[in-house]
Design a protein around this ligand. Sequence first.
Ligand SMILES: NC(=O)c1ccc[n+]([C@@H]2O[C@H](COP(=O)([O-])OP(=O)(O)OC[C@H]3O[C@@H](n4cnc5c(N)ncnc54)[C@H](O)[C@@H]3O)[C@@H](O)[C@H]2O)c1
Ligand SMILES: [Zn+2]
Ligand SMILES: [Zn+2]
Length: 362
Amino acid sequence: MARAAVLHAVGDKELDLRDDVSTIDPGPDQVKVRIKATGVCHSDLSTMTGVLPSALPTVIGHEGAGVVAEVGDRVTGVQPGDHVVVNWTPDCGECAECLRGEPYLCMTYLAQSFSEPGFKLGDGSPAFGMAGTGTWAEEIVLPRRGVVKIAEDIPFEYAALLGCGIPTGVGAVINTAKVAPGSKVAVVGAGGVGLSVIQGARIAGASTILAIDPNEAKHSIAKQFGATHTATLDGLEEAKGLLTGGAGFDYTFEVVGKSAAITTAWNATRRGGDVIVVGAGAFDDNWSQTAFALLFDGKSLKASLYGGCDLKRDIPLFVDLWRAGKLDIDGLISRRIGFEDLNDAVRALTNGEVIRQVVVFD
Ligand SMILES: NC(=O)c1ccc[n+]([C@@H]2O[C@H](COP(=O)([O-])OP(=O)(O)OC[C@H]3O[C@@H](n4cnc5c(N)ncnc54)[C@H](O)[C@@H]3O)[C@@H](O)[C@H]2O)c1
Ligand SMILES: [Zn+2]
Ligand SMILES: [Zn+2]
């Protein structure tokens, strides 16, 4: 029996923090992981509010790292005791998306997770895992490809962030947008993922990085991560005038998850520039643009799911950047918390009081 945070109904404000949850037994191609640290990402809130779909009841959490506890008969490449990062979109290696080299679009395991529960509650009833993971739990069973082995000297709370916020944000810059050195970049939303976009743009050599966030408490933090300028929504036009002569930014990243923020990003971008959607919005939150503007403004709208990453390839790169002092992971962590603090952590993220909070399991 282990601890896990369970959502029973969409819209519940409080998670059921239980200590009687067990996992299914790992199958031949699965691994069981003892989670050591797990982050609180906005996608966790969005699952609780129903912006992102889930099968109920669901164990929340998808940004995690831990130690392999058991492996199935056919598993190779990892063994008990290995330190791993959880990958919330494991690649099956065989579908059309995987074969095209787009593992972040693989739906094989994600789709299965809606019909195959990975947990059991104390009374024996099944529970699903958010996005096929469910890292707000001490133990979890994942497909072999749902874990990426890492070196043992990487602190687990940093490794957890290598499972979502960092690859999503930095990956959006280097894999999806391929920001060119000297570019002018704007980032709409300076939360945990937006700050990772900001430091990705700094690493890529952007000359100007504008962080746009209505919450002014985020502005000084954005500067720590490489933003050269900051603006509220009201101050955006003035900043755009000052920094780009009114023309707009080469690349603008939307890192909020709302159609209104995509419009903000679109309007901040220069003719011919790129708008990159990183935020995860609701299925009924429509965004529109006129056919005329779509063609004659020459702007491109790109989606960046999981930062366009192949985690097997990209986690070693992020680790090297961290070792070289170029990627700040520690600065993203506002507070280290216990499992019992998760409901308060959800409240704090909802209220915009924090960047990343990381549960450290003892
Ligand atoms: N693409 C992916 O694969 C992927 C992965 C992880 C997270 N996400 C999504 O990225 C988004 C950001 O996640 P996070 O963890 O950084 O969230 P967060 O809550 O830490 O940060 C969101 C930030 O946006 C700001 N904000 C709110 N409304 C705004 C507006 N209209 N304009 C500008 N800024 C605004 C908030 O003040 C906050 O600072 C969420 O939608 C999350 O679900 C996507
Ligand atoms: Zn696949
Ligand atoms: Zn996330």
